[in-house]
Design a protein around this ligand. Structure first.
Ligand code: GLU
Length: 499
């Protein structure tokens, strides 16, 4: 037990670069990261690209960039975007570059008679599978090639036949203690002789389970923390460990993330890629805080957690067994919270790409002026991508919808009169005194007088004239940002509708 305690914590995220960084994978990364940091352990990024046909560099790049954006740093693993270099002493950390290592263990399994060559063709296997299913049996390999003699094998290989190498699954019960789910048992009679490699005379490619097991051993992984969708892989991997006489790491399978309808979260429910959330203008702080609560809860009321405070609080004991429901409202609530907390200039910088790509601003626009616009909207913003639509009126001429300027029960004449009055009052204010406080004092007094108890009579047409919108920030800060000249222009233009 003591020795167990002292064992260095080494955990890994082992994504297959067959798609963009999924929020489920990012959550697995976060839990591994927190678990490692809490115990001064090591967090490793290993790229599992044994499936060459489906693995792509662009996905590897997306995964790396996504993790970096989230601030989930790894201590060992692939670091360059092309995956050409690594940090750490256990490399390479990319499976396609570790073939020699796997071949050594595949040979060992063959030599120990724990694996065998299989020459059954895909068509043959498919036909057998279909037959088994038609008679109500679960599909499984019928072990046809298990008895091949050494001569037959040699001959087949020499003839250039393609083969797989299958693991000889022993009949037994496998039990392991899952740190989330407790005791988990499997009967291996449900597992057939699964493939661990495929190849031909020219080369051999290791397959998923073999590569995972060898890497976890070679990289001295102490805890395998991964999604529950991998739980059925665990008995196969344990069998391989036993056959190779590897120690067994601890296992923790995290609950699945479910959509609001309680089915597994998928594209159908909305964005699943971290890069999509990034594009929509969710902040990394939001994503971290949000993902931490997908299947974990520290207990208590507190719901705002930074990465640092999560490290302090995190424990696998707080991970739930049941599926974690993805709550979009909570995500938006958290994002609005972190946006409100952002220092203004930082938030302005974050909004720039959205404003630039919408064509509203140019790179050369005055950043201090822009920051005033952002400040006026900081309280209202739920995601950064909303900013162009909220603030476009600062940059563009307004095409008014006349009816939008009308406050309850006002006639055209009423509107023209209040706009006239507003114009007259504003005209007297010097451009240098056109600031929020001053404008507020003067206009509010006027609104009281004009509205006779209903300030909306002045304020609504004014705000609508300034923005052309149903909802916006308050008129005083908008006037300050627009400046006197623009403000007067807009009021005149709006007034012209009510001649
Ligand atoms: N490569 C696997 C995946 O991307 C993960 C394997 C593991 O965590 O053991 O789903």
């Amino acid at each position: 037990m003591e020795a167990e305690k002292e064992k260095k914590v080494r955990v890994r995220l082992a994504p297959s670069p067959t798609g963009t960084l999924h929020i489920g994978t990012a959550r697995v990364a976060l839990f591994n990261y927190l678990f490692a940091k809490k115990q001064q352990g090591v967090f490793i990024l290993r790229i599992e690209d044994t499936d060459a046909a489906r693995s792509e560099d662009r996905f590897e790049k997306n995964i790396i960039e996504g993790l970096r954006w989230l601030g989930i740093e790894w201590d060992e693993g692939v670091i360059s975007d092309q995956g050409q270099s690594y940090i750490g002493d256990y490399g390479p950390y990319k499976q396609s570059e570790r073939t020699e290592i796997y071949l050594k263990y595949i040979k060992k399994l063959l030599d120990k008679d724990k694996a065998y060559y299989c020459f059954c063709s895909q068509e043959e296997l498919k036909a057998k599978k279909e037959y088994q299913m038609s008679i109500g049996q679960p599909p499984h390999y019928d072990e046809k090639c298990k008895q091949l003699t050494a001569e037959e094998i040699e001959k087949n290989i020499a003839e250039g036949k393609r083969f797989t190498i299958r693991f000889k699954t022993p009949l037994k019960k496998i039990a392991f203690n899952d740190l989330v789910r407790g005791k988990v048992e499997f009967d291996t009679n449900l597992i057939d002789d699964f493939t661990i490699a495929k190849g031909s005379k020219e080369n051999i490619t290791p397959l998923f389970h073999l590569a995972v097991v060898v890497d976890d051993q070679e990289m001295e992984i102490s805890h395998v923390i991964r999604g529950e969708d991998h739980i059925s892989n665990t008995p196969k991997q344990i069998l391989l460990q036993e056959a190779l006489e590897f120690p067994r790491p601890e296992y923790a399978h995290l609950p699945l993330i479910l959509g609001p309808d309680k089915s597994k979260l998928s594209k159908r429910h909305g964005a699943v890629a971290i890069s999509e959330y990034q594009q929509q203008g969710y902040l990394p702080e939001t994503m971290i805080n949000f993902m931490a609560f997908l299947g974990w809860n520290p207990g208590g009321e507190k719901e705002i957690y930074s990465l640092a405070s999560l490290i302090e609080e995190f424990s696998l004991d707080g991970v739930h067994k049941g599926g974690a429901i993805f709550n979009m409202q909570r995500l938006d609530f958290l994002n609005a919270f972190y946006i409100r907390k952002k220092p203004l200039m930082e938030l302005t910088e974050l909004c720039l790409p959205y404003l630039l790509s919408s064509g509203l601003i140019k790179k050369t626009d005055d950043i201090v002026w822009l920051s005033k616009i952002i400040q006026a909207y900081q309280e209202r913003l739920k995601k950064l991508s909303e900013i162009p639509e909220l603030v476009d009126f600062f940059f563009q001429e307004i095409e008014y919808d006349k009816e939008l300027l009308r406050w309850k029960g006002m006639t055209d004449e009423d509107i023209r009169k209040t706009l006239d009055k507003t114009e007259e009052v504003l005209e007297k204010i010097e451009p240098e005194d056109f600031n929020k406080e001053n404008l507020q004092n003067i206009i509010m007094a006027e609104a009281e007088a004009i509205g006779a108890g209903d300030r909306g009579k002045l304020l609504w047409p004014l705000r609508a004239a300034l923005t052309g919108k149903k909802a916006s920030a308050g008129p005083f800060e908008i006037m300050e940002i627009l400046g006197k000249e623009k403000t007067m222009e807009r009021i005149k233009k709006a007034k012209a509708l009510f001649k």
